[in-house]
Write a protein that binds this ligand. Sequence first.
Ligand code: TGC
Ligand code: FAD
Length: 391
Amino acid sequence: MTPATDFFNIDSVLSEEERAVRDSVRRFVDERVLPIIGRCYVDGRFPRELVPAMAELGLFGANLPEQYGCAGLNNVAYGLIMQELERGDSGIRSFASVQGALAMYPIYAFGTEEQKRRYLPGMASGEIIGCFGLTEPDFGSNPAGMITTARERPDGSYVLNGAKMWITNGSTAHLAIVWAKTGADERTIRGFIVPTDTPGFSARDQKGKLSLRASDTSELVFQDLCLPKSQLLPGSGGLKSPLMCLTQARYGIAWGAVGAASACYEEAVRYARSRVMFGRPIGGFQLQQARLAEMLTEIVKAQLVVLHLGRLKDAGTYTPQQVSLAKRNNVNMATEIAREARRLLGANGILAEYGAMRHMENLESVYTYEGTHDIHTLILGQAITGLDAFT
Ligand code: TGC
Ligand code: FAD
């Protein structure tokens, strides 16, 4: 018997193309990610050698149009990609999320035609790696307060000064999408495409991470960094622009969490059926059955949330608040399931040879980034009551 996570036969409501995309990424994860990821995690190394194969599969900016070298998939197929990648590891999904939703999307949404043609095909093919700099050392949940500045000079060029913190892909990226204030308040926030070889740019790896270890995380510093006007994203303006990018990434994360939870659940089922204690498989004890029943129930609910959200996104009728609900619920669900799976595995559950503890540690970052669980609670609170708890 397979530990089927598709308990509600969601397969039957996916299109042939959606299933084919899902299956090809699943194969990639089985063949290329799972055999090496435990080692990468222990070594604290992002497996960059996987990038060409990921590009070949069309995983970067997969829901952006084909005219820019992207796969042009719908949002459900895009979500299924994120689900399968995170079944492997949150760090691998993070790489694809940042590249597609946080670096390619702003160029697509706010860039000129010339910028889209210059950057997007190379990013889809994985030759140009991007990162997204919004968070600062003193402004995480409240990016409106950012102190990075972009001062406009009389010739129309800009000078950037400031620092960004916790930036995924930061030290390996060829370009950074940097958000900075051109004036006094958050209405003047603009986005810039910063080539990372520009004088005045530096990146430093964040050391000592106990989570997302198979992912690069860095601090970026801009010191009198001069940029021609051509690097401004002209369609960006105000905090709303980076928040629009976050909505794209949060959507993918809500799907990704289902993948991480499914990996943990499937591992737990296999273990429960094979581990014998007190003369029988531990899966035969009611306590472990209750644990597994709870996991499966929560996974199914989370699957239904993202599938419906994806259909709404494809219809153009979804809202950022719905995305907040999905990110908040699904990541919390996956965090709990990873912890329960680790416990079910007993001592083996602390080994990198199994996935549960790696997922559990990763999910602590996923719980925190892209809006902490608390921030999404407050976003929902605002949607429910009409009262803003932030100001
Ligand atoms: P607020 O006044 O609420 O909003 C300003 C304007 O933006 C609009 N808006 C959104 N638009 C699109 N999508 C969203 N999610 C939006 N949220 C708000 C809003 O309607 C308004 O528009 P307008 O036309 O009136 O100007 O802004 P606020 O300063 O009160 O902030 C609200 C808050 C706290 C919810 C926001 O700052 C927030 O979401 N904070 C969390 C920060 C965060 O998530 N950072 C993530 C950094 S990137 C990252 O973590 C990458 S991890 C790597 C990976 O993905 O794998
Ligand atoms: P803080 O904002 O300082 O929050 C600390 C605690 O206070 C949290 O529990 C929070 O929920 C709570 N809190 C904050 N405000 C309130 C409130 N109003 N009411 C109640 N509680 C509140 N950022 C990027 O820009 N780009 C990236 O690529 C990126 N990648 C990341 C990768 C990793 C591995 C990690 C861990 C983070 C990454 N981030 C990135 C940063 C991430 O988005 C921030 O860490 C996140 O937004 C939270 O900010 P903070 O860590 O400063 O926490």
